[in-house]
Design a protein around this ligand. Structure first.
Ligand SMILES: CCCCC/C=C\C/C=C\C=C\CC(=O)SCCNC(=O)CCNC(=O)[C@H](O)C(C)(C)COP(=O)(O)OP(=O)(O)OC[C@H]1O[C@@H](n2cnc3c(N)ncnc32)[C@H](O)[C@@H]1OP(=O)(O)O
Length: 299
């Protein structure tokens, strides 16, 4: 048992290659850590079921769960807490808002801000990815709505994806549609999920796939009626957790560690790349025009 506990606790550190730091500027203090093991801060709600060892993490940043610096920071802190919790074996990631899993990166964080802000924001995006893709727990995405760009990235970081069965909800990496470019580790995550050929085409076209199309090529693993997404995720989790932890935890990094290490080795260069790219006037214009289109859609 002691050996298993060591494995359980040491594997994430190995997999994440020392990436436990989080940006300190917006660290929200934990409001509470109650006996029923629910904890929450502004943007992340965690419900931990001690009898199953499964935590449900809900993003709550209405209206569309934009991945702001604050949400990303709280996400990484919450995940880190669960990762070191011996009692937690599985994580179900979902949205507290109906109809949208996550609209991806909060575009307002990438518009009209300083270089320092862009660097801090990108570091938080990297941190989220390193922790979620490199997690030692079983991770299941319960995709209860649309999931473009960064939302799709989060879902793809998980071990298994269950999506609400509706053509109204779409998922994909649509960055080129905004005039921006998915960085190599977004591309690596998609390649890991669906293979090179589909990734090449999807990324160039910035394609969003309605849920039924996403199922066809494995971008999601299962479609269920919207009101069954959570319960199906819990059932799938029970199945994944029936595999002995130590064996699964040694297997997962065999595939994922080289992908994680690629970013770890060039984090600073990746931040510099992002800052210089996003600061360009032409890119700022594209993002602004996209935001204007989003707002006009309503009128
Ligand atoms: C060569 C080197 C390369 C280096 C790397 C360089 C760059 C990489 C850079 C960035 C990578 C970015 C990845 C991303 O995640 S970018 C974000 C992409 N996201 C989207 O395109 C989603 C856009 N949103 C939608 O499609 C819809 O909102 C959605 C389907 C999610 C929901 O639709 P719904 O009809 O319910 O809601 P809306 O009315 O559209 O939106 C409500 C409200 O929210 C605002 N909003 C929507 N999405 C975002 C967002 N991502 N960020 C900020 N704000 C968003 C929307 O404008 C509305 O606002 P308001 O009108 O109510 O004020």
């Amino acid at each position: 048992m002691a050996a298993l506990a060591v494995l359980r606790r040491s594997a994430p550190a190995r997999l994440l290659s020392g990436t436990l730091c989080v940006h300190s500027r917006v660290l929200a203090p934990w409001r509470q850590y109650q006996s029923n093991r629910h904890f929450s801060n502004d943007k992340i709600l965690v419900e931990m079921d001690e009898s199953t060892g499964v935590a449900v993490m809900k993003m709550k940043n209405p209206p569309v769960n934009g991945l702001s610096l604050e949400l990303l920071t709280e996400f990484s802190i919450s995940l880190e807490k669960l990762e070191i919790d011996r009692g937690c074996r599985g994580l179900i990631l979902t949205s507290a808002s109906p109809k949208v899993f996550s609209a991806g990166l909060d575009i307002t964080e990438m518009c009209g801000k300083s270089a320092e802000h862009y660097a801090a924001f990108w570091k938080a995006v990297q941190e989220m990815w390193l922790k979620l893709f490199g997690s030692n727990m079983v991770t299941i995405a319960a995709i209860n709505g649309s999931s473009p760009a960064g939302g799709c990235l989060m879902a793809m970081c998980c071990d298994y994806r269950i999506m609400a069965d509706s053509p109204k909800y779409a998922i994909g990496l649509n960055e080129t549609q905004l005039g921006i470019v998915a960085p190599f580790w977004f591309k690596d995550t998609m390649t890991h999920t669906v293979g090179s050929r589909v990734t090449e085409q999807s990324l160039q076209l910035g394609q969003m796939y309605p849920a039924p199309a996403a199922l066809k090529f494995g971008l999601v693993d299962q479609l269920v009626p919207e009101d069954k997404v959570q319960i199906t995720a819990a059932a799938a989790m029970a199945q994944w957790l029936s595999v002995p932890d130590h064996a699964r935890q040694i297997t997962k990094p065999m595939i994922r560690k080289p992908i994680v290490d690629r970013l770890v080795k060039q984090r600073e260069a990746d931040i510099d790349n992002f800052v210089s790219f996003i600061s360009k006037e032409s890119i700022q214009k594209s993002l602004q025009a996209y935001m204007d289109r989003l707002k006009q859609k309503k009128q």
